[in-house]
Ligand binder design. Structure first.
Ligand SMILES: [Zn+2]
Length: 463
């Protein structure tokens, strides 16, 4: 092959492939939207559309069922199950499932749903793949770092099962697009990690005519799972009419999570989705599964049924599609839909110092004490030299230590007192408290250790 000219040809072919893929996605999305409309129309008319129209995957094989010889071979190990068999497989191939979130829960859920032969599999996500996702979001590979999670997840699903239809929704789910997206599917898997999304997805499923919803959550070393809107069962609001206090809504980015925990819950979400779509077994409705990884305990508790007073699905509920579009889920839950970390602003400007000023003072050798108020296990991951770890929760009890450290350091003139944390929120809370306790010169370092890593030392680890 000639060494010159080949590069241009390669670029042209790559460009053409990209363009064709883009038009394929556009056409897939148009087909999905039309199928959603068709489904709504046939539901209204009470008739059932022929399966071949809906999935495009089931054919007349001449064996009295719609499975081709290739399908029989591909799915043979589950066809052999007496309680599953040809009927459940056909049901799966005709079904459409939407997974909201291609993260820790969505990763295993999507892989198994693709593998088992769900006819049309939708993925919603607006995020990109990052290195610190890898330990739990096992659908993504390092090659996709920096690329949209939807693209990465869809590629993985297609490489496992090229015979199903995978639909990419590369956008954040909002009240403005949720009705249109969710209406294209028979079943929804909530694999998100925040309170406003949970309410929004559940409400949307209810207003679309009680679309079954498989809901999972995992944080730290614990997980839970249940099915909403199934066969007259409760919706999320029936159980939680008012949102939990914002302090109770932790996220993986703040509290941590062991990768396999969302893996377990995500697999169970796939299992519940397969049972509902395949019409086999007993879905986990009106019950909740609680998983405790450290003690290896799984408990199933009964939960209340549908609430007649529920504001969305109750007897006299008047929650319409228009109400849904107008509802402010972030305000309702006092918590943001996006995972951007909180940025508090509790202190006057003269009680704060930016990271560069602090660094200059430290280099000049100005007498000071630096308190790091992060929890001890954070401090062990990484810390600044000569910082004193006094976690925020122990600050009150350890004030005498701060007094004596200041005396030691200050000898003649008073030493400065600086407080740092991971992102600059807890350090402000600590400084507020220190001011109250008489340490009036205490200052918080704006942006915390993240700012140090960004502005002073690019080799300083972030976590
Ligand atoms: Zn309800």
């Amino acid at each position: 092959m000639a060494s010159t000219g080949g590069g241009g040809e390669v670029a042209r072919i790559l460009g053409e492939i990209e363009a064709l893929k883009a038009s394929r996605n556009r056409i897939d999305n148009q087909i999905s939207a039309l199928e959603g409309q068709l489904r709504e129309l046939t539901l209204q008319n009470g008739s059932v559309p022929p399966p071949s129209v809906i999935s495009g995957a089931v054919v007349d094989s001449g064996f009295g069922h719609g499975l081709s010889p290739e399908m029989i071979y591909r799915y043979s190990r589950q066809l052999l199950l007496p309680s599953f068999g040809v009927q459940a497989q056909e049901n799966l191939l005709k079904s459409s499932v939407l997974v909201v979130g291609a993260g820790g829960l969505g990763s295993p859920a999507l892989l198994y749903l693709a593998a088992c032969g769900v006819g049309r599999l939708g993925i919603v996500d607006h995020d990109v793949v990052e290195l610190n996702n890898m330990h739990r979001q096992v659908i993504h590979t390092e090659a996709f770092i920096g690329q949209p999670k939807v693209k990465s997840a869809a590629a993985a699903c297609r490489s496992i099962n090229s015979t199903i239809k995978v639909v990419e929704h590369q956008e954040a789910l909002r009240t403005s697009n949720a009705l249109e997206i969710l209406s294209q599917y028979d079943l929804v898997v909530d694999a998100t990690d925040n309170a406003p999304s949970r309410y929004m997805i559940s409400d949307c499923c209810v207003v679309l005519g009680k679309v079954p919803l498989v809901s999972g959550a995992a944080l730290g070393l614990e997980g839970q799972l249940t099915v909403y809107n199934y066969n007259g069962g409760p919706c999320y609001r029936c159980l939680f009419p008012t949102p939990p206090p914002t302090t109770a809504c932790q996220r993986c980015a703040d509290s941590g999570v062991l990768g396999v925990v969302p893996g377990v819950i995500g697999c169970l979400q796939a299992l519940e989705a397969i049972k509902i779509a395949g019409a086999v077994g007993e879905p986990l409705s009106r019950r909740m599964l609680l998983f405790d990884a450290l003690s290896a305990r799984i408990r199933i508790v009964n939960i209340r049924g549908r609430s007649l007073q529920c504001e969305v699905c109750g007897e006299n509920a008047a929650f319409t599609k228009q109400h849904f579009r107008d509802f402010d889920y972030e305000k309702f839950t006092q918590s943001p839909l996006s995972a951007a970390p909180l940025k508090l602003n509790l202190l006057p400007a003269d009680s704060r110092i930016n990271i560069k000023e602090f660094n200059e003072k430290a280099i000049k050798g100005e007498a000071h004490i630096l308190i790091d108020v992060r929890p001890a296990h954070h401090f062990k991951i990484v810390n600044l030299p000569n910082s004193l770890n006094i976690p925020l929760s122990t600050l009150e009890a350890r004030l005498p230590e701060i007094s004596s450290a200041l005396k030691e350091e200050g000898s003649e003139s008073a030493a400065s007192l600086y407080v740092i944390c991971r992102r600059g929120n807890d350090s402000q809370r600590a400084v507020q408290f220190l001011h109250k306790m008489g340490f009036t010169s205490a200052k918080d370092i704006i942006g915390g250790l993240e700012a140090w890593g960004r502005d002073i030392d690019p080799n300083f680890p972030t976590y």
